[in-house]
Design a protein around this ligand. Sequence first.
Ligand code: ZN
Length: 487
Amino acid sequence: MTPARRRELLLDALHAVLGAGHVQVLEAELEPWTRDWRGRYQGRALALASPESTAQVAQLIELCAAHEVAVVPQGGNTGLVGGATPDASGQQLLLSLRRMQRIRALSPVDGVVVAEAGCVVQHVQQQAQQQGMLFPLSLAAEGSATIGGVLSTNAGGTAVLRYGNARALCLGLEVVTAQGRIWNGLSSLRKDNTGYDLRDLFIGAEGTLGVITAASLQLFPLPAAQCTAIAQLARVADAVELLQRARAALGAGLTAFELMSAHSVQLVQEHFPQLGGGLQAQAPWCVLLEFSDSESQAHARQRLEQLLADGLDGGLVRDAVVAQSLAQAQAMWALREHIPLAQSRQGLNIKHDIAVPISAMAAFVESTAELVLECCPEARLVVFGHLGDGNLHYNVQAPRGGDAAEFLRRHQAACNRIVHDAAAACGGSFSAEHGIGQLKTSELQRYKSPLALELMRALKAALDPRGLLNPGKVLPPEAAGTDGDKP
Ligand code: ZN
């Protein structure tokens, strides 16, 4: 039988399982989903298949396995490393989980929501809120990112400091294996020491070990009040000192501690002049703090004001504004959340998503800036992120008015090496929350130990021996050698 005839048979079988309209093959229908959100990768796909149930996902995977067709799972397509984009062959099946959006259960008593993989994060937040509960995962793409996607990439966001990343919020999973079998691990238990932790294997695996179809996730009581403030500081070291004081004074009530360079703030104000809440950058660094309180709004404001007043008195804080209304708090958050958008409006840039120990953060930022500017003096550093959990987006923007594409061609590899080597040198990571996808496979090869890579390959071979689940993602091709500098 010819390969074309075999593909035809597979598509007929998929049609029979999923029903008319849920196996799309036309280029125009596929086009929005075969390109990644940043526009860095353009793939092609045999078809876009959209099952509505776990049973359909299992049948689909079984059919693809029988026909030796690789499957690329996809949620909201908001990833930043090309992890959900098929390759250019046109032979891979794009598996959209977006039709699977049922909330199967929500229990305030257990503090658990069971959501299907295609549920949009914001929808889960809203459903929880209606029951007086908080689903704390919060990130800029929450209006389109899905539960399956945030678990597959182990997403972080702005609430990790208090509530942990996607992995920490996940109690159990339902997964379809590479053979099309369904593993029901939808536990709602906080404690369960019964053998190897299969759940944690699939979280952050980017769909290379199995397809997540549903998850049980932790909920928390909604805080009675929240208060937000922005403090301005002269140095990153001062921001780290303020973080220590905030932790000591506010305890678990400190729910966000976000760093923004003055340049990042100015970039937002330039591209979104309606945002910014009247903030005048008077110092090189800004910190956005959020305090969640179980008493009242007045109590929350008083606690945050006291912390900042002490900082101002001792000269640690240069200037501080505490939001006096919900609108003002939202304006502060909008400023923080629009930095990536302002960056893309400004043009192409080199993104880094590093984590380092908080104690090493100030020295890392200072010495890395020197090295990057030595390498390309005209570059603009756009540094911001989640200082509270040690994760910064240390981005390098092309010079104003220059040819940004040419800038990236000339400097990207060198900038990556400087920033990632500097992070590694202080015990950090080159990818804190975006994952590996296809963008960073060579970095994984470079920075992971040979044994760590060997163990990862052993897991892949055990769970997906024919390599049909999201091939080419996470693990670098074996023949790639050890030179991480390859494009
Ligand atoms: Zn982030």
